[in-house]
Design a protein around this ligand. Structure first.
Ligand code: NZQ
Ligand code: ZN
Length: 387
């Protein structure tokens, strides 16, 4: 087991009716609140009105229309401007991962005198951040329990992960009832995203029995409960368990003491959604089985055997490579069975920019130190196989 230094300072308030505690949580900060949200789903489910009612007596400023794959310009820049001009005390993010990610960048940008892009690209150190409280309405990213956000910049085709310990939300409200209205498409994409977060931690050099068991259970739970959520969107128990599996996704709790994998599928998918604005979880589901095939070798096969036997119940007496192939097929089949379009063409991506995207990803050299190193040629091959 590797050494680690771990802390998650975020308070989680979970369950139906959790939002009742919003006034007491918010009372720890000042009265000037920036309420951030997306394209209107929170109004349709009555959450916007509920928040306004609970926060009577607060001065509420608003930033709406934050899009999926949240954009630096206009959303982050607009939010920073509101914070600076109005001396905002706290940000209340209400929505999916995109709203929360955007709010994290705003929270830091509000404390910085220069261009907030300097923070996202780590050219400047994050000096501090406004406190962030969130009510997460989509089970997927785990942004509610981690210290990062992913921000897109259209003019440069960048989609960058921005992590800093100052970006942990101080408190996240998780009420599964608010996820009942999530569409089938987003429910399936959220399930695939969270499964991939686990796989990005599972497929590595060193793991422990404890972590493997935790992650295998997480994957099984996501598959069982993800399917139940699709069959009956108002199944509270299934939505609740799916939500918690997602919440754990990106804050390392699944893999404390493991070696790093380099999160290769995320690095590749972020380019796809930067160039084509596709849904993150769908992009991951499409490329993951192709990445698995690409990296399957004598060195990696034992991990696939463990995954295949423990997650999909594949017969352990078969040959190692046969189990691994079956496990990869089962991964693909599960994503397909929950309605995810399983080729890049189906989400509007053709051959034309594959080399450019592969070059863009490889330029950072980040994936050269992944569990199985990936170079420009590998990335292009994985994308081509995903067409
Ligand atoms: O904009 P509104 O109207 O709110 O609609 C949203 C949006 O259209 C809708 N939605 C959200 N909650 C809903 C709902 N519709 C009905 N009922 C509800 N309760 O769903 C659509 C997608 O929302 P979005 O926030 O984009 O989805 P998600 O939570 O999957 O976030 C995706 C973003 O998070 C990043 C992704 O790259 C992507 O940009 N990620 C963030 C991570 C992190 N912070 O740790 C890690 C992830 O790997 C991921 O990269
Ligand atoms: Zn993800």
């Amino acid at each position: 087991m590797r050494n680690f230094d771990y802390m998650t300072p975020t308070r989680l308030i979970f369950g139906e009716g959790a939002i009742k505690k919003l006034p007491s949580v918010m009372s720890a900060f000042g009265k000037r609140v920036l309420l951030t949200y997306g394209g209107g789903s929170i109004k349709k489910i009555g959450l916007y009105d509920k928040v306004k009612e609970l926060l009577k007596g607060y001065e509420i400023f608003e930033l709406s229309d934050i899009q999926p794959n949240p954009k630096y310009d206009p959303s982050v820049l607009a939010g920073v401007k509101i914070c600076k001009e109005n001396n905002i005390d706290v940000i209340l993010a209400v929505g999916g991962g995109s709203v929360l990610d955007c709010s994290k960048a705003i929270a830091a940008g509000a404390k910085y005198d220069g261009d907030p892009w300097d923070l996202i690209t780590y050219k400047a150190k994050t000096p501090g951040a406004l406190p962030i409280v969130d009510i997460i309405t989509l089970a997927a990213t785990g942004s509610e329990y981690d210290a990062g956000g992913v921000i897109s910049r259209t003019d440069t085709n960048d989609k960058l992960g921005y992590f800093d310990e100052k970006l942990f939300p101080v408190c996240s409200f998780l009420d599964p009832v608010y996820t009942f209205s999530v569409s089938k498409k987003q429910t399936a994409a959220g399930c695939a995203d969270a499964m991939n977060h686990i796989m990005e931690q599972y497929f590595c050099e060193d793991s422990t029995l404890l972590n493997d068991g935790f992650m295998e259970a997480g994957l099984k739970s996501l598959m069982i409960n993800g399917r139940k959520c699709l069959e009956n969107p108002e199944d509270y128990t299934a939505r609740a368990e799916m939500m918690l599996c997602c919440t754990y996704g990106c804050n390392d709790i699944y893999s404390l003491g493991n070696s790093q994998s380099g999160w290769p599928c995320h690095a590749m998918e972020h380019a796809l959604s930067a160039y084509y604005d596709i849904t993150h979880g769908e992009g991951l589901a499409i490329i993951t089985p192709k990445w698995m095939k690409h990296i399957l070798s004598e060195k990696t096969v034992s991990r696939f055997v463990k995954y295949g036997v423990n997650v999909f119940g594949i017969e352990p007496s078969l040959g190692d490579f046969e189990i691994a192939e079956k496990a990869i097929e089962a991964t693909y089949d599960f994503f397909k069975s929950i309605g995810i379009p399983m080729s890049l063409r189906e989400v509007g991506i053709d051959e034309s920019r594959i080399d450019e995207m592969a070059h863009h990803i490889a330029a950072s050299k980040r994936l050269e130190s992944a569990w199985v190193p990936l170079y420009e040629k590998d990335i292009a091959e994985i994308f081509r196989a995903s067409l």
